[in-house]
Design a protein around this ligand. Structure first.
Ligand code: GLV
Length: 311
């Protein structure tokens, strides 16, 4: 039996419906309809941000499939049940969407669009300087499936692109770095830092005072990874001390962002509600179906995530 849990209930219902159409209604259950007597029948869970330890209630659970590219919600929620495989979505559309979002933020800042909007509100007619792609260096943290595509497309767009990852990578048109010393070199040349790292025990708090101090003065930070990659206070201090010029943030420690958080009203912070790149049910569903079949037939999955790496 396949159990569906999604923090966005409407989306959970859509997934439950399409999985029912594919595998039969009696095979699929929405988490809110689970009763004690079927808990031992659940072998597969497809999920997004389930409550902590929720899956430990299913004694025969064998596969946990994330409904997104990220799996930090599974590890953070202590839902990685021993013996159960973990898989995630790797959808080219997710990477394309991320590229388009990052490009939008870059161009908006380079061409000063939000400042013009502010000027418009004050009926102010004032020309500002702007930047051009070829003169801008983008430093990307994380060259996984999404980071690679973003890096490669930004390079084709004419940006100078550098990328940093834990293991060495080779991407045409991108200066690839790995290791702590190389990171320092990259940061010192970066105009726009784009975070697309996976969230793991190693990368939590990665964007902190020490890292921000290594960035080229006046650089701009774009976080489309996860909120806990950033030390919020260190980021605000770096902006207020003019070490960096501002930040665009799509992800936060707590989502929705608490009303009292200083990010909301900071003039140099641009924030969006975790929408940079959202699983497209139409393009992602076939791989979830395929993974469930593959798992049932051979006990294998594509895009498997390993507990020791957490990505
Ligand atoms: C979105 O944040 C995802 O991980 O798919």
């Amino acid at each position: 039996m396949i159990l569906v849990y999604c923090i966005h209930r409407g989306i959970g219902k859509i997934w439950a419906d399409i999985l029912s159409q594919e595998f039969g209604e009696e095979q699929v259950v929405l988490s809110e309809n689970v009763t004690e007597n079927i808990k031992d029948k659940v072998q597969i869970v497809v999920c997004w941000k389930a409550p902590h330890r929720m899956f430990h209630e299913f004694p025969n659970l064998k596969l946990i499939h994330s409904l997104g590219a990220g799996v930090d919600h599974i590890f953070e929620g202590d839902n990685a049940v021993p013996g159960a495989k973990i898989a995630r979505i790797v959808d080219p559309q997710l990477s394309e969407d991320m590229y388009e979002f990052v490009l939008g933020i870059l161009l908006s800042d380079m061409k000063r669009l939000t400042t013009y909007r502010d000027q418009q509100m004050n009926k102010e007619w004032k020309e500002l300087t702007y930047r051009t792609c070829k003169d801008v260096t983008v430093g990307i943290l994380g060259l996984g499936v999404i980071g690679r595509l973003v890096a490669s497309k930004l390079s084709k767009m004419g940006f100078q692109v550098m990328g940093w990852s834990r293991s060495e990578k080779d991407i045409t048109g991108v200066d690839c770095f790995s290791g702590p010393e190389a990171l320092e070199v990259m940061l010192s040349k970066t105009d726009y830092l784009v975070n697309i790292l996976p969230l793991t025990d190693r990368t939590r708090g990665f964007i902190n005072k020490a890292l921000l101090e290594q960035l080229k003065t006046g650089a701009y930070v774009i976080n489309v990874g996860r909120g806990p990659h950033v030390n919020d206070k260190d980021l605000i201090d770096a902006i207020d001390e003019n070490q960096i010029s501002g930040a665009a943030l799509d992800v936060f420690h707590q989502e929705p962002l608490d009303e009292s958080h200083p990010f909301w009203s900071h003039p140099k912070v641009f924030l969006t509600p975790h929408i940079a790149s959202i699983t497209n049910i139409k393009t992602a569903q076939s791989q979830v179906f395929q993974n469930i079949r593959l798992f049932r037939e051979k006990g294998e999955v594509n895009n498997e995530v390993f507990g020791d790496r957490q990505y």
